[in-house]
Design a protein around this ligand. Structure first.
Ligand code: NAP
Length: 286
């Protein structure tokens, strides 16, 4: 038996064990995929432990994605560009870091026949997910991105950290104000929620980062929040006649890319979707 797992903050739930285990079981690969809640002061020990011969690797989630960089032996150029990793592969004792959030974000756009090349996008949020989305859209040839965030300094930091590396893409920071939204939403082909607003079981569950009456039917609205499946933003966007993408496909596709790095095999994506949806339904019922 081999092992893999997801390294998260203590007390945080993760869907990864449900859909990754389903994928290993479906392909008859003898791997047990576990949940590894880890406090910040236990992260180094946890990562060093991944070198054990019976460990395939790990997924890494908030808040450890940046802190893992100095703990692995080497990492992919994409990890350097984003400044965060979400996957570690134990390659015979050498720990290699990858960022599959970038691929995870782009695949649902492709499935929706959205062409990012030359697009104008607005991103709500300036945390780790927003950084991965900016790099993903830059790799895909987007023309302009406005990053709107509650804490303007954080959006400005994102722009100063990534701005030079993503040229010729034009990257600007904007405060979370009606004026910003009015301007950004009028121009945007793509609106992405990279904040946690709308997440089930939080005081912000019924909130959206974007004013509903500014959503245009021509835009594609992409919410990274995956629980609930229909967030307030997704509901507002549908009512405005816009096309939508929820957060579950990105979660599955980033996990599928991690699976391929560990096993060399294509992940059974349909099986992963089914397992994740069943786990979400079970959580909703409890
Ligand atoms: P993070 O680094 O903690 O950033 C959180 C962002 O949300 C910040 O921009 C923060 O603004 C904003 N925010 C939080 N509460 C807010 C509020 N009450 N009002 C306005 N803005 C608020 O987290 P992250 O890693 O970027 O993740 C962001 C979200 O994306 C999470 O919900 C996460 O689950 C989701 N996500 C989904 C996937 C997927 O595969 N579907 C992958 C990655 C992340 P401030 O800077 O002002 O605090």
């Amino acid at each position: 038996m081999q092992y893999a797992g997801v390294i998260s903050a203590p007390g945080k739930n993760s869907l990864s064990p449900a859909f990754q285990q389903a994928a290993f079981d479906h392909l008859g690969i003898a791997v047990k995929y576990e949940h590894w809640p880890t406090p910040a002061d236990g992260l180094e020990t946890r990562v060093v432990g991944l070198q054990a011969p019976d460990v395939l690797g790990a997924n890494v989630t908030i808040p450890h994605k940046e802190a893992c960089l100095p703990l692995v032996h080497d990492y992919d150029p994409l990890v350097r560009r984003v400044g965060a990793l979400n996957t570690i592969h134990n390659d015979d004792g050498t720990l290699r870091g990858y960022n599959t959030d970038v691929e995870g974000f782009l695949r649902p756009l492709k499935d929706a026949f959205f062409e990012p090349r030359g697009c104008t996008a607005v991103i709500a949020g300036a945390g780790g997910a927003a950084r991965a989305v900016v790099i993903a859209l830059a790799e895909a040839g987007a023309a302009r991105i406005a990053v709107v965030n509650r804490t303007l300094e954080r959006a400005e930091r994102l722009v100063s950290d990534l701005g030079a590396a993503v040229k010729p893409l034009q990257l600007v920071a904007a405060p979370d104000s009606r004026d910003s939204w009015q301007k950004a939403a009028a121009e945007a082909d793509l609106l992405v929620n990279c904040t946690s607003l709308g997440t089930a079981g939080t005081p912000e569950e019924d909130r959206s980062p974007m004013p509903a009456n500014l959503l245009r039917p021509q835009a594609l609205v992409y919410d990274l929040v995956y629980q609930p499946a229909e967030t307030r933003l997704i509901r507002d966007a549908r009512e405005a006649g816009a096309r939508t993408i929820g957060g579950l496909p990105m979660l599955i596709y980033q996990g599928a890319a991690s699976f391929k790095l560990w096993t060399g095999r294509d992940a059974p994506v349909d099986i992963m979707f089914q397992a994740a949806e069943a786990a979400l339904a079970a959580e909703d019922a409890s």
